[in-house]
Design a protein around this ligand. Structure first.
Ligand SMILES: Cc1cc2nc3c(=O)[nH]c(=O)nc-3n(C[C@H](O)[C@H](O)[C@H](O)COP(=O)(O)OP(=O)(O)OC[C@H]3O[C@@H](n4cnc5c(N)ncnc54)[C@H](O)[C@@H]3O)c2cc1C
Length: 453
C-alpha cells in the first residue's frame, strides 16, 4: 500500500471516532483484562442509554482441565482486588476459591516467621485461572477466568471461541479474522492478549508505533498432594522464600485444594534455578519428610512476566489493556488488569476511541502504574540486598518475630512485607512506610542485637 493511500485511510478513519448506538467492539483475549473491559464497557454504555455489541474472542476453554484452559499464574487474588471487585458487585463464589489465605509464612536461611493478615480477616483468595491441572475434570470447582467470562455472558456479551489470526485496518473500522469464523468489522478493537508474542505482533502490524512490553522468564509448577496433607503442612498460609539463591527474587508455595502451586520470579528462571530452589532445605522442609519433590510435580511451565510496560498501546480504534499494555511489577497482575481495563472502558464509552482520546484519558493510568513499578524495582533491589546478607536476614527475622507480639498498627515491618508479597498496596505507599524512622530503628536495633548472639 502506497504512503498516500495509507494516509487517506487513516484520515478517513479518524471520522466518527466514538462509540454510538449499535457500535461493535471486539475484545481479543478473554483473560481477566478482556472480561473486566467488557463488563465495565457494557455497564458504562447502559448509563448513557447506548446499546452496544461486544464480542470477546478467546481460544481457551476455561471449563477444561490442563493446558487448554490454563492462563499460567500463581492465582493469588490480592486483598485490594477482592475489595475492589466486591465494590463492583463481583463477589467471588466459594466454588472459585481454592483456599482462603490467612497468613504468610516467610522462610529465610535463619528461620521462619508467620505474618498474619493485618486485620486478621481472610480476604486473600487462591484460585486456578483455568479448571486446574489435568485430573481436575471432575472437581466441583470453577475457574477464575471462566467465572469472569460467565458474568460477561450474563450481561449479554457474546463469547466467540476462536483464535484471532489477522487484523486489518479499513476506512471505517478494523476487520478481525479468525479461523472457522466469518471475518467481521468492528468500530473498536481491544487487545487483551496478555504477553502472547504472535497476538501482540498483530497489533503492531496495524499500530506500528506500539512497542510490546519487556518480559522475563518465570516458573510455575503444581505439586499434587492430598488435601489433608496440604492442611497439615501448609494450612491456609502462603509460604514465601527470601533465600540467597542466584536469579530468584521471590519464591512462593501457594496452597490450593489438592495442589500447591510453586511460583519463582526473578531474572530468566530456568531448570537449573528451579533445581537450586527445590534442593534448598527451607523448601524441602515445607513438604512431608523423605518425599522426593519431583514425584509430586504434576505440571510445570516457564511463562513470561512483564517487567516493563508497552509504549503507544493505543491508536485510533485500538486499545491494549492488561499485560499487553502495562502491569504491576511481579505482583497483583490481575489487579493491574482491572485498573487498565476499567480506565480503557471509561475512555472508550465516555470520551471516544481516537488515539487522542486514549492518550489524554487512558495513558496517564498506565504511566502511574509504570512510575509505581520503578519504585517497586527499588524495593526489590533492597530485598535482594537483604537476601544476600545473613546478618540482615537475621535482623529481619528477629524484627518480624518481635512484631508478632505487638498490636496491629505497631507491626510496621510485617505490614510492609505483607503488602510487598501480596501486591496489596502501591509500591509508593510501601516505600513511604519503609522510610518511617521507627521501621529503620527497630530493624537496625534487631540486627545489632544479632551480632552479639
Ligand atoms: C509466574 C506468574 C505468576 C503470577 N501470579 C500472579 C498472581 O498470583 N496474582 C496476580 O494477580 N497475577 C499474577 N500473575 C500475573 C497475571 O497472570 C497477569 O497479570 C494477568 O493474567 C494479566 O491478565 P490479561 O487478561 O492481561 O492476560 P492473560 O491472563 O494472559 O489473558 C490473555 C488471553 O488472551 C488470549 N489470547 C492470546 N492470543 C490470542 C489470540 N490470538 N486470539 C484470541 N485470544 C488470544 C489467551 O488465550 C488468554 O486467555 C502472574 C504471572 C506469572 C507469569
Amino acid at each position: 500500500m502506497g504512503d498516500n493511500t495509507f494516509a487517506k485511510l487513516v484520515n478517513a478513519s479518524t471520522r466518527n471516532l466514538e462509540i454510538t448506538d449499535g457500535s461493535n467492539i471486539a475484545v481479543i483475549g478473554g483473560g481477566p483484562a478482556g472480561s473486566f473491559f467488557s463488563y465495565f464497557a457494557i455497564d458504562f454504555a447502559r448509563i448513557i442509554d447506548l446499546n452496544i455489541n461486544i464480542d470477546i474472542i478467546e481460544p481457551k476453554y476455561f471449563d477444561k482441565a490442563g493446558p487448554t484452559g490454563c492462563n499460567h499464574c500463581g492465582g493469588i487474588i490480592s486483598e485490594t482486588l477482592v475489595q475492589n471487585l466486591s465494590a463492583e458487585g463481583i463477589v467471588l463464589p466459594s466454588r472459585v476459591i481454592r483456599r482462603g489465605i490467612e497468613s504468610y509464612t516467610i522462610h529465610l536461611e535463619t528461620g521462619s516467621a508467620v505474618i498474619e493478615t493485618p486485620l486478621n480477616e481472610q480476604r486473600i483468595a487462591s484460585v486456578f485461572r483455568g479448571l486446574g491441572p489435568k485430573g481436575e475434570e471432575n472437581s466441583n470447582f470453577e475457574s477464575f477466568d471462566g467465572y469472569l467470562l460467565s458474568l460477561c455472558k450474563e450481561k449479554g456479551i457474546n463469547l466467540i471461541n476462536a483464535r484471532v489470526k489477522e487484523l486489518e485496518r479499513h476506512e471505517d473500522g478494523i476487520v478481525v479474522k479468525c479461523t472457522g469464523v466469518p471475518d467481521k468489522k468492528y468500530d473498536l478493537v481491544v487487545g487483551s492478549v496478555g504477553l502472547n508474542p504472535g497476538a501482540l505482533s498483530l497489533f503492531k502490524n496495524i499500530n506500528p508505533s506500539y512497542i510490546i512490553p519487556k518480559t522475563t522468564k518465570t516458573h510455575i509448577c503444581e505439586f499434587y498432594m492430598a488435601d489433608t496433607d496440604i492442611d497439615k503442612y501448609f494450612g491456609n498460609s502462603m509460604h514465601v522464600f527470601l533465600l540467597n539463591l542466584p536469579n530468584i527474587k521471590f519464591g512462593a508455595l501457594i496452597p490450593k485444594s489438592n495442589y500447591v502451586t510453586m511460583v519463582l520470579l526473578g531474572d530468566q528462571i530456568d531448570s537449573k534455578v528451579v533445581d537450586s530452589f527445590l534442593g534448598s532445605k527451607e523448601v524441602k522442609g515445607c513438604f512431608p519428610k523423605n518425599v522426593e519433590l519431583k514425584t509430586l510435580m504434576h505440571c510445570h511451565c516457564f511463562p513470561a512476566i512483564n517487567i516493563e510496560g508497552a509504549k503507544s498501546a493505543y491508536d485510533d480504534r485500538i486499545i491494549l489493556i492488561g499485560d499487553s499494555a502495562t502491569s504491576k511489577l511481579y505482583k497483583n497482575g490481575i489487579g493491574a488488569a482491572y485498573i487498565t481495563s476499567k480506565a480503557a472502558a471509561r475512555t472508550a464509552i465516555f470520551q471516544g476511541i481516537s488515539k487522542n482520546d486514549f492518550q489524554n484519558h487512558y495513558q496517564k493510568i498506565c504511566k502511574k502504574l509504570e512510575t509505581d513499578n520503578n519504585i517497586g524495582k527499588f524495593i526489590f533491589g533492597v530485598t535482594s540486598f537483604i537476601q544476600k546478607s545473613e546478618l540482615l536476614k537475621k535482623g529481619l527475622h528477629a524484627t518480624i518475630l518481635d512484631e508478632q507480639n505487638k498490636i496491629n498498627d505497631k507491626r510496621r515491618l510485617s505490614s510492609i512485607l505483607w503488602d510487598t508479597f501480596t501486591g496489596s498496596a502501591p509500591y509508593s505507599s510501601i516505600l513511604q512506610r519503609g522510610l518511617d524512622p521507627r521501621v529503620g530503628a527497630s530493624f537496625i536495633w534487631n540486627t545489632i542485637k544479632q551480632t552479639f548472639t
